[in-house]
Structures are given as C-alpha cells and as structure tokens.
Design a protein around this ligand. Sequence first.
Ligand SMILES: NC(=O)c1ccc[n+]([C@@H]2O[C@H](COP(=O)([O-])OP(=O)(O)OC[C@H]3O[C@@H](n4cnc5c(N)ncnc54)[C@H](OP(=O)(O)O)[C@@H]3O)[C@@H](O)[C@H]2O)c1
Length: 348
Amino acid sequence: MARDLVVITGATGYVGFNCLRHALLQGYRARIVVRSQTKADQLAANPTLQGIKSADYTFFVVPDFAVPDAFDEAVQDARYVIHCAAPVPIGGSNSEDLEKTFFEPSTTAITNLLTSCKKSGTVKRIAYTSSAIALVPFPIALGMEPAPADLIITGSERLPDVPTPLPNAFVAYAASKIAGVNTIERWMAQEKPNFDVQKLFPTYVIGRDYLATQSADLFKTSNSAVLRFLAGEKNEDKDTPEAAGCAHADDVGLAHVKVLDPGVPDNESFVFSTAVLWNDFPKVTAERFPEAVRKGLFPNTGTLKSFVLPVDNSKIERLLGIKLKGAEEMVDSLVGQYIEFLEKEQKA
Ligand SMILES: NC(=O)c1ccc[n+]([C@@H]2O[C@H](COP(=O)([O-])OP(=O)(O)OC[C@H]3O[C@@H](n4cnc5c(N)ncnc54)[C@H](OP(=O)(O)O)[C@@H]3O)[C@@H](O)[C@H]2O)c1
C-alpha cells in the first residue's frame, strides 16, 4: 500500500499510541507531534514501537497547541491527520482553571489545527478523537438521571455547548468533548476546506496499554474503569445505575486508521460501545483467569449497578469492516497485562 504520511497527535498517551501502532502496522509513514523532545525520546525508546520492523516515523515538537499557526510546519506535505491529543481527567484534575485546561485544547487548538491543514493544501482527511460523552447528556451517563426508554446512540447526536463555570473536572471534560465537535462542525461549515473530518466517539477504552511499565500505570488511564472492580471497589449505596460501555483499544486504534480510507464517506461519525455491564468484568475475569483469582492476586470483588448504554454500532462493521471485540477480549488484553505486571512485581 502507498506509504502516505499521517500526522498524529496524542501518541504519548494510551489511545493515541494505539492509533500510531495501527497506522505503522498498516504501512503509513507517521509524523508524531509531541509537546517536548523529552516526550519524543521516551516514545522512541518504547519496545512496542521498536518492535514494528517496517515502522517509518519522525517526531515534530509543537510545545503549545494553542499558539496561532502552531501546526503550520507540522502538517506540511501530510495527507492525513489523526488528532487524538486532549487532557483526560482520570483521577480528577489538579487544575484550578478547568476552562483553560479543558477548553483551550478543544477550541483554540482544534481551530489552529484546522487552519494549518487548510493552509497546507495537502491534507485530505482528519480523524478526530471525540468521546461518547459528547453524545450522551452526562447526568444520564453518570446515573444521576434515568435514561429515556427509547435512548439509542448512533453518533449523529449533537449536544449544545455547556455553559461555564464548570463544577468539576469530569463535567469540564464532557463539556470540552462537546465543544470540540461543535468547534469543528462550525469551522467546517464556515471555511468549506478541501478536506473532511471523521469523528470517532469511543466509550471507555479498555485493553493493553503499550506505554505502561508497571501495574500502577494501568490505573492512570481509562483502564482504571475496569481495574477498580478487580481491586474490589464497591458502590452499593449508589441507587441509579450508571451507563456502561467499553471499546477495545485495538478496535479504537484500528478504526482511526481505517477511517482514512478514501472509500469511507466524508464527515462520518462513529460511536464505539460493546454491550457490557460493569459487573461483567469481575465475572469474566474469574472465567478467563481462574488461577490468578484463586491465588488472590487481586480481590476481584468490586460492584456497581449499571445499564448497557444502547448504541447502534452497525456503521463500524459496515463502513470500516471492524467487528467490535467483546468483554472477553478486553479482559484477556488488559487483565492479562495486569497479571503479568503483578506477578513480576511480586517476584521482585
Ligand atoms: N481513554 C478513553 O477511555 C477515551 C474514551 C473516549 C475518548 N478518549 C479520547 O482519547 C484521547 C486520548 O485519551 P487517552 O485516554 O489516551 O489519554 P492520555 O493517556 O492521558 O493521553 C493524552 C494525550 O493527549 C496529550 N495532551 C493532553 N493535554 C494536552 C494539551 N493541553 N495539549 C496538547 N496535548 C495534550 C498528552 O500529551 P503529553 O504526553 O504531552 O501530556 C497525551 O499524548 C482524548 O482525546 C480523549 O478524550 C479517550
């Protein structure tokens, strides 16, 4: 296949690295945008990246995405962009300025990227990582309000911008993902550039973290949403069920690359959610890793009432040819890695 150049942001993070890995495995050349040379050096030393023999990539440092023209040089001569970089509030955020922390990347930085892509004249398509939280009102997602009986998420939903001030990091994150999509769609309608934007809306991304080097690292990403049940977190006093939905990290990474295929219709939206309940994860873990559970490597006793987020995923299989992986594959991938780390750490 043609070695087209794809610019990728966010590859120093969990989801973005999975996108990079799949882009390289599919034969793309990658220009990896990082915020510092130190980050570039850390990534270059990653064993997974080093293990992809045909990998053809360079790094480009953009220290601050919010600076005007920040991406002009970074996207020069590129045909595609995967824009995955954004702050994620795992374990809260220490930032006092939630609006700046979360909104600047989803408004100013995105506008800068789109403007640079238009100036480039070579970019044909952008894949943008949004989140399912941009499609589902967060009081429903968090179980603060019951979900309407006829709720079914397809990816075409659009929510209005959330007014400020923002009460906490999670709401600020949800608001930033809504703002990201709205910023892109307003800009595209106004500027009518020569490229389109594919929007990807994953629920919790679960699976092997190729950047992690120890068990504690796995709790610093969305994988903590599953590992907390293995660690024994109980939420018995919570009355209203929380929405449950997960996407395998491999499916999400691969989809970011598949949407670059010219056969995919312009400006599509894809929502990713495998039907699971949170309480399925300790059960599936006990089935897939009985020995680890029997030995008491972790408690595996966590619980949380949840409902399956009703999602129509059919477009992913129809347009991208990806059949979404289930809870078993997520557990094999993530819990398998967790057990590898725990066993190594016990021996040390
Ligand atoms: N994980 C999930 O379950 C999930 C679900 C839906 C959507 N997403 C989306 O996937 C993307 C990546 O999430 P993740 O889980 O991989 O998070 P992550 O591991 O924390 O990675 C975040 C990435 O974004 C970069 N970044 C953070 N703040 C930035 C800023 N202000 N300016 C420029 N770059 C910034 C980080 O770069 P540094 O290394 O330089 O900090 C890193 O590369 C986000 O857009 C997120 O909304 C994630």
